[in-house]
Design a protein around this ligand. Structure first.
Ligand code: ZN
Length: 75
């Protein structure tokens, strides 16, 4: 199962919001249900990695955000 480019962009926005407010529930970019699990696996200062997992629909995805980029880019 993989996210579309649009869903990855949405996931990045949600990760950004989660970093600001980690206590808030995050909705899954695939199924839209709250409860998305985000694990920060970043290798700073080189890049940020986030593992996403959704218990509702089974989504498992890793987001890679290069540091220093004004706009996050996708691999
Ligand atoms: Zn989901």
């Amino acid at each position: 199962m993989a996210l579309t480019v649009e869903q990855q962009r949405e996931a990045m926005r949600r990760v950004a919001a989660w970093r600001v407010d980690p206590e808030r529930p995050v909705a899954c970019p695939m199924c839209g249900k709250n409860g998305l699990v985000i694990v920060d696996r970043s290798a700073r200062p080189h890049a940020e990695w986030y593992a996403l997992a959704c218990p509702a629909c089974g989504l498992v995805e890793t987001l890679h955000i290069p540091l220093g980029a004004v706009t996050p880019t996708l691999d």
